[in-house]
Write a protein that binds this ligand. Structure first.
Ligand code: SF4
Length: 323
């Protein structure tokens, strides 16, 4: 009887190859991918469509937020809890595997490709902490690892699995040509959580408003951030698109925007003091285009209007800028 597996699909080449190698080894394969505000599932959807397999998309936001709040194995270079994130994804895929009555979970990991996270020891740690002992297949490096349960049962042909290791991409490129896989992104560094600037914004939100308000987490993807002296956070639009999004967020805080000249919209989720609110008004003026305006900038501040006297000085706010 054919074995059935769920293969993690990111959209990258290795995850696509893993599916094809498993199919060649006699397995029936469906894909699983994850979505959060920190990475999208679009590339995975495109790859699954090209591979002709069903894709299960799991909302991973609550898991990721819990790991950012408390990463058992710590962070990578920025706010990326990669070891725990990866193990939790595999655990979630394992839960789906059990629910669907499937035999194994697979990944496109290649031994030694990333010296820290994909050596034999760390692959073992991920297998152990995901709770999938014996049911986690790495088809691209399987022959270098212990046989898994479906292989031992003879339901997945170990001989058709591979022994790729190391950082060279040569064998993967050849295999892609063999399988006719032509559309894949170049290997990327990671999700938004691996970016320094994004990490600073996220850490600031974690330390002040916290990460439980999903909308505030989603808003991390846009706009500039400032943290004012009494602790009020300001989300300041960078362009018309940001401004339109922030204007729609009135229910989530106080909106500050110019009325008599072009300029950015600011959202203050929680106003901590009148001093901060006045500073936020000055900040919006400092980023407004008022060269042709005679007189002062008039702002909408929540339900009121406020006239802010010149001068408006951007440099004053450098010390408060997070990103
Ligand atoms: S790069 Fe992002 S999605 Fe990938 S394992 Fe790290 S934290 Fe998770």
């Amino acid at each position: 009887m054919k074995s059935k597996g769920l293969s993690l699909v990111s959209g990258g080449l290795d995850s696509q190859l893993a599916v094809r190698v498993l199919q060649r080894a006699g397995a029936e394969v469906e894909g699983v991918t994850f979505a959060t505000p920190f990475f999208s599932s679009d590339a995975a959807k495109k790859a699954a469509a090209a591979l002709g397999i069903k894709l299960h998309v799991i909302d991973f936001t609550d898991d990721e937020i819990a790991l950012i709040e408390n990463p058992p194995h710590g962070f990578g270079g920025a706010m990326n809890p990669c070891i725990d994130c990866h193990a939790t994804m595999i655990r979630r895929a394992g839960e789906l595997m059990t629910r669907l009555g499937y035999d194994f979970v697979a990944t496109g990991e290649v031994m030694g490709q990333r010296p820290m996270s994909q050596n034999k020891q760390s692959l073992g740690v991920v297998e152990k902490s995901s709770g999938l002992k014996g049911r986690l297949v790495r088809p691209l490096s399987a022959k270098l690892l212990e046989p898994t349960i479906p292989e031992l049962e003879g339901r997945l042909d170990r001989e058709a699995l591979l022994d790729i290791s190391g950082r060279s991409r040569e064998r993967q490129i050849k295999l892609a040509a063999e399988f006719g896989i032509t559309d894949y992104p170049s290997p990327a560094g990671g999700c938004k959580l691996t970016e320094d600037g994004f990490g600073r914004k996220l850490k600031d939100l974690l330390d002040h408003e916290g990460l439980r308000n999903r909308r505030l987490v989603e808003l991390l993807l846009i706009a500039r951030r400032f943290r004012l002296p009494d602790g009020s956070g300001v989300i300041l639009g960078r362009d018309m698109n940001d401004n339109a999004v922030l204007k729609g967020e009135g229910a989530n805080g106080t909106i500050v925007a110019p009325v008599n000249c072009p300029g950015p919209t600011a959202l203050i989720p929680v106003v901590k003091s009148e001093g901060d609110l006045n500073l936020a008004a000055e900040l919006v003026c400092a980023y407004s285009k008022c060269d042709r305006l005679e007189g002062d900038i008039v702002l909408r501040v929540g339900e009121s209007t406020l006239s802010v006297p010149r001068p408006y000085n951007r440099d004053k706010f450098k010390a408060f800028q997070i990103c």
